[in-house]
Design a protein around this ligand. Sequence first.
Ligand code: HEM
Length: 461
Amino acid sequence: MPEARTLGEAPGPRGHWFWGSIQERRHNPLHLFIRAHQEYGDLVRLRMGPTISLVSVSSPELVKHVLVDHADKYGKPSGLVRDAWPLLGNGLFTSSGDFWKRQRRLMQPAFHKEHLAALAGTMVDSTQQMLARWHARPSASEPLDIAAEMTRLTLGIVGRALFSTDVSGTADRVGQALTIALAETNHRILSLGLYAPDFLPTPRNRAFRQALHTLDSVVFDIISRRRAGQTHGEDLLATLMATQDADTGERMTDPQLRDEAMTLFLAGHETTTNALAWMWHLLSHHPDVEARARAEVDSVLAGRAPTAHDLPRLRYLTQVFEEAMRLYPPAWIVARQPLKEDVLAGIHLPATPRVIVALSPYVLHRNPRLWPDPERFDPDRFSPEQSASRPRLAYLPFGGGQRLCIGNGFALMEATLITAEVLRHFRLRAVPGHTVEPEPLVTLRPKGGLPMLVEPLHARA
Ligand code: HEM
């Protein structure tokens, strides 16, 4: 067997003699990753300054190696966990080891099919409230920022699903605090550790601390009122409070409930928002796909609102959403740090936080060996037949292996119901002359929002 090569011998662009590819990573990361894989193959090393190496992989086999076969040798990058900690604490996204395993076991029942089905009514109801606002607009010919609309909608849904409380109103202090806290967490993650430490009273740090304080007091208040029996709800919080560890009989403590609630809040809306925004953008540029989606809605629903029972028959709508996430995966990078040394595609990876293994759904989903004519938007790629002919880890919007997104069923159901309800009442059209560009922050957003023209199909009675 040939000896493993060192990281220094791994294929990849040399970049600047000192900075490596750090500038391009900052200015045009999607281009950097795509081009590097086209030139150097399925494993590429990108130097980020003199000490950090990003090892990017873009084949299902290498993804399987990291996320499934050798998952015990990799963990979430320590920098990512440090930056997300003030907001998410020891929640499911940031925790690790036996603690994570226990929490995952405790939380899984809340995401079972029958629990999710009970949330369908909330999802459709929140969508109807958004559509009523659209109908009531004084000027339908003014563009509307669909990215902002989707944020408000998905935030409202996840708030109601968690706590039976709508937190989406822009004047609402929770919505505002969440926006500030999320923006600061994004900023910290993207600045690779180069931000003012928490103890410095900079305006950013003060606003962040204030936002965290607001969020904590609201969440703890909801929990304590629920514990005291002052409120009731068939929501995720109720399920999380009721679940007991099968072996130990333990339940979650209040601080742990806070961390999990915050995690679900954030993980549950930012990603879904972006995926929906990209889907509306793509549909507006593919009238044939839109017509087919609309025909499915008309034939399955025949004029009524969708329910959870309709989901298996709204198959094409789900495919449209899946294809949108192929081209614009909200989590465009899934990152790991080697916790034990490993050999990946013949390259020796030392166990150090200075090596980040980047699994990029954005690149993987454009690999022409897996996805012929990859830039073409074609929801038929997700027909049962075509899906069965691909390796499972060729498609990675929700990650994979044991850390697979716990909310994937929630997100697919939510997206399908929202899409069906919107298509029943409105047509969303691109604003002529407006170009939409992806902005790869922590999630992949449409840069500067997504203005669209929103046309009612029928005048309101
Ligand atoms: C289109 C929507 C969504 C996308 C694209 C998405 C994507 C992802 C990805 C890629 C991961 C894995 C990250 C990693 O391995 O490093 C993940 C984990 C997670 N997601 Fe989602 N997600 C979505 C919706 C949701 C929703 C709706 C919820 C909850 C209501 C949720 C909750 C979580 C949680 C708690 C984790 C951590 C799971 C663990 O590590 O055990 N996500 N998500």
